[in-house]
Design a protein around this ligand. Structure first.
Ligand code: SF4
Ligand code: SF4
Length: 354
């Protein structure tokens, strides 16, 4: 059964929040005198850090494009079936050269639904030939959305791809509310297909992690508390197993920012993030050891900065002029959305930080 859609992207709706400059105006209070969120940059300084700088580059995260078979309400990419942006093979070839030249150990593939890019399988095969660890961020439903994707589990297994898959909650109601009608059932079908070939099953090394992100303007629950609940319920209700649960906070970007504003919860959420600022998260923020490449080849400190069009601050900020020396000496570009990564136990593409 094809997954039903719940709406259009902000871009298709011509919503001003589809423009990064408008999002930054909201985040920096330039459109309103009412809100007074302290500057993230000053917050870092007051915690004893001069600025954020990179450590050794360990992960190259590549956004394959904004096309997706879903239109989730919280999506920070503003992805959907109505988006056409896709990274080209030529840009992916440049990424492969950089991965090989600098021996970058991990390639983290994201989107949209990365599998919709026609170069996806070739790119995974090429990364596997280079011997790097491959992470793919899969929305699960793509696997069952069309017969031509039914063999994805075997393809992933063949290349030992580490799968990080979205499943915001263990109930249909909460999952479908965030991700669209029918998504929970399709996700369960996909998870069963993955388990059948050994993903997330003990005694195999095929890693299947799930991602929980909260529904509504709240911080995520504790990762270590939630994981046993997910494991118990998915096993009991559906016979499904997985490796780890990663808990990720929603950053005030794109469609989640639109939700906050529309529901009049923007100030409340931002202050919640600020009040939960945890300086212990600063050492392990994902922007320290990761670079993010956009579908158009521009380089960013992280996927969130990419969506706000905040490129790395080095003069060369396109994959075609990749300069490792300059990048390793850069200062990481931060803005008010960064509070989403430093609240409570912290948040990153790898889940909680502390
Ligand atoms: S959150 Fe993921 S699955 Fe949902 S629309 Fe965005 S990219 Fe697609
Ligand atoms: S959004 Fe998070 S990962 Fe990105 S630059 Fe800010 S703190 Fe770093």
């Amino acid at each position: 059964m094809a997954t039903k859609q719940i709406g259009k992207s902000l871009k298709s709706r011509k919503n001003p929040l589809s423009e990064s400059i408008f999002q930054l105006s909201v985040l920096n209070n330039t459109l309103s005198l009412e809100s007074s969120v302290p500057s993230f940059k000053n917050m870092i300084k007051s915690s004893g850090h001069k600025n954020l700088t990179p450590t050794k580059l360990e992960v190259l995260q590549i956004n394959m494009g904004k096309r997706c078979n879903q239109t989730c309400s919280h999506c920070h990419v503003d992805a959907g079936p109505d988006r056409i942006e896709n990274i080209t093979r030529e840009l992916l070839e440049q990424c492969l050269k950089i991965i090989a030249l600098h021996s970058i150990p991990t390639v983290d593939i994201t989107g949209g639904a990365p599998e919709l890019n026609q170069n996806f399988r070739w790119f995974v095969e090429s990364c596997a030939q280079l011997g790097c660890k491959i992470i793919n961020r899969c929305n699960l439903t793509i696997i069952v959305s069309n017969p031509k994707y039914h063999d994805l589990p075997e393809f992933f297994a063949k290349h030992n791809v580490h799968l990080i898959c979205s499943l915001p909650y263990i109930s249909k109601g909460c999952t479908d509310a965030q991700r669209g009608d029918g998504v929970f059932e399709d996700s369960i079908r996909a998870l069963k297909m993955l388990n059948e070939i050994g993903y997330g099953v003990e005694a195999t090394d095929l890693k299947l992690d799930l991602v929980h992100n909260p529904i509504g303007a709240v911080l995520p629950a504790d990762q270590h508390t939630l994981e046993p609940e997910f494991k118990r319920e998915l096993k009991h209700q559906h016979g499904i197993s997985f490796n780890q649960l990663l808990v990720i906070a929603n950053l005030p970007i794109s469609r989640f920012l639109d939700f906050l504003i529309e529901s009049d919860k923007y100030d409340q959420y931002m202050h919640r993030l600020v009040d939960s600022f945890n300086p212990k998260t600063l050492d392990s923020l994902m922007c320290r050891n990761t670079l993010s490449v956009g579908w158009d080849g521009y380089i960013y400190d992280c996927d969130f900065n990419q969506m706000l069009d905040l490129k790395v601050e080095t003069p060369q900020h396109h994959i075609s002029d990749f300069n490792m020396d300059a990048l390793s000496k850069r200062e990481i570009v931060v803005n008010q959305h960064c509070y989403g990564c430093t609240a409570g136990s912290g948040s990153s593409c790898g889940g909680a930080l502390v």
